[in-house]
Write a protein that binds this ligand. Structure first.
Ligand SMILES: [Zn+2]
Length: 424
């Protein structure tokens, strides 16, 4: 299935420099340009002449005027092709969107220190509005990926007025993705993301195919270290140094997550018609211990980023993704269905009702796969006798088939991460 991966991300503008009034003027000028195009077309000028004239007279930069020309002539083309709408004449709506090219009419940059994205919009020639974009963490992460990942392109954007507030609607496009329809998927890959490892389980309607836990304790450890260092600098008032350390930390985490997400997609590709199933991050509070602010900071980044990296890399390989409700994925027993917080003790899952035992993160991945099957109306097989858990340390590429008893494999997991066994 051919699937275009262009989507429009919506952001609120937090204006630091320039003003809303400047954007108002930009919108009025956009309306004037479009109205002029309609009028000149009415008078019988050819389009090249119209384009030259409006570009010359416009108080918008050349590229922005050209994008406005494209939009106006699209409307005119529809009129001439279909002959059913009236000729688009004067547009009286005051809030005509300013349409711009990235890098010309508007610019975006990732501010590593504050984890935010800054914008610069040219509201009129030589008149800039600057500030930061506001939206959900998820949208911000998607935009950052589009800005930094070679597979993605940031396209045109429009300044749109909603009530009294301005928004920036940004088109992002995956260059060459051809993604399989998830309705045709056969193997459901549940992905359970944790701050030190990711659990993966491949489940079909006939049973559990395979599972693995990929550890990346360095990410957790290094983030802890950076956090401590930054906190010390903060209290010493060394803000410049703190920013540097923060940039360094983000580069490290970014690289690690890219590698881990590559591993996940590679593992997924061995299965027939896979679909990757994630927990929907919007409502994960139930499953995570958000005890302290530090906990929250440590958690927030890898979850969203890793999911984004994985789904983008998967899409690049034609693999679709799906999201499920994460409620109780870490607490529910896959054997009897009994759900309680006390079923989970660290990396160990043991059902207090029926005694079923498993590696907690592998079990969560199984349940995520099952919820994926359910969501796409498939039969969910029995999950109570899954294959041996494989634990793989990210970075050395080795995997170790765990002991046949899942519980002792959990114990082994906690104490013995460094040793590699059979290559896999
Ligand atoms: Zn149970």
């Amino acid at each position: 299935m051919q699937k275009s991966l262009t989507s429009t991300l919506v952001f609120q503008l937090d204006i630091h420099e320039g003003s809303q009034q400047l954007l108002d003027s930009g919108q009025l000028e956009a309306r004037r340009v479009v109205n002029e195009i309609f009028r000149l077309d009415d008078q019988g000028y050819d389009w090249q002449t119209i384009k030259d004239k409006v570009v010359e007279r416009s108080n918008h930069v050349k590229n922005t005027t050209q994008r406005l020309f494209d939009k106006a002539t699209d409307a005119l083309e529809r009129y001439y092709d279909e002959d059913e709408y009236g000729h688009p004449r004067q547009n009286h709506d005051e809030s005509f969107p300013i349409r711009m090219n990235h890098g010309e009419g508007y610019q975006l940059s990732v501010d590593e220190a504050s984890e935010s994205v800054s914008f610069r919009v040219t509201a009129l020639k030589r008149n800039f509005v600057r500030g930061t974009l506001k939206s959900s963490q998820h949208q911000i992460e998607r935009l950052k990926t589009a800005l930094t990942d070679d597979d993605w392109r940031v396209g045109t954007a429009e300044v749109v007025k909603k009530q009294d507030r301005y928004e920036l609607h940004i088109n992002v496009t995956h260059e060459t993705a051809e993604v399989t329809a998830k309705e045709n998927a056969k193997t459901f890959i549940g992905v359970d993301v944790n701050e030190d490892c990711v659990g993966l389980a491949a489940v079909t309607e006939s049973g559990v195919e395979e599972s693995v836990v990929i550890e990346y304790p360095e990410v957790k450890k290094t983030r802890h270290e950076y956090f401590t260092v930054r906190k010390r600098m903060q209290s010493a008032g060394q803000t410049t140094l703190e920013t540097e350390v923060q940039n360094e930390e983000q580069r490290f985490v970014h690289n690690q997550l890219h590698q881990v997400s590559r591993n996940i997609v590679e593992w997924t590709q061995q299965f027939e018609d896979p679909v990757i199933v994630f927990e929907d991050l919007k409502d994960m509070r139930d499953d995570i211990n958000y005890g302290t602010r530090m906990n929250r900071r440590l958690h927030s980044l890898p979850f969203a980023q890793l999911q984004n990296f994985v789904s983008y890399k998967a899409a690049w390989s034609g693999i679709p993704s799906e999201k499920i409700d994460p409620e109780y994925t870490s607490q529910e027993c896959v054997d009897c269905g009994y759900t309680t917080r006390s079923n989970r003790q660290g990396k160990r899952f043991q059902c207090v009702h029926c005694g079923f035992q498993d590696h907690a993160d592998r079990k969560a991945a199984l349940l995520i796969s099952a919820k994926g099957l359910e969501k796409l109306n498939r039969n969910v097989p029995a999950l109570n006798s899954p294959p041996i858990v494989r634990v793989r340390r990210h970075g050395n590429g080795l995997s170790e088939p765990a002991d046949h008893d899942p519980v002792s494999s959990v114990r082994g997991y906690q104490t013995d991460g460094e040793t590699g066994g059979v290559s896999g």
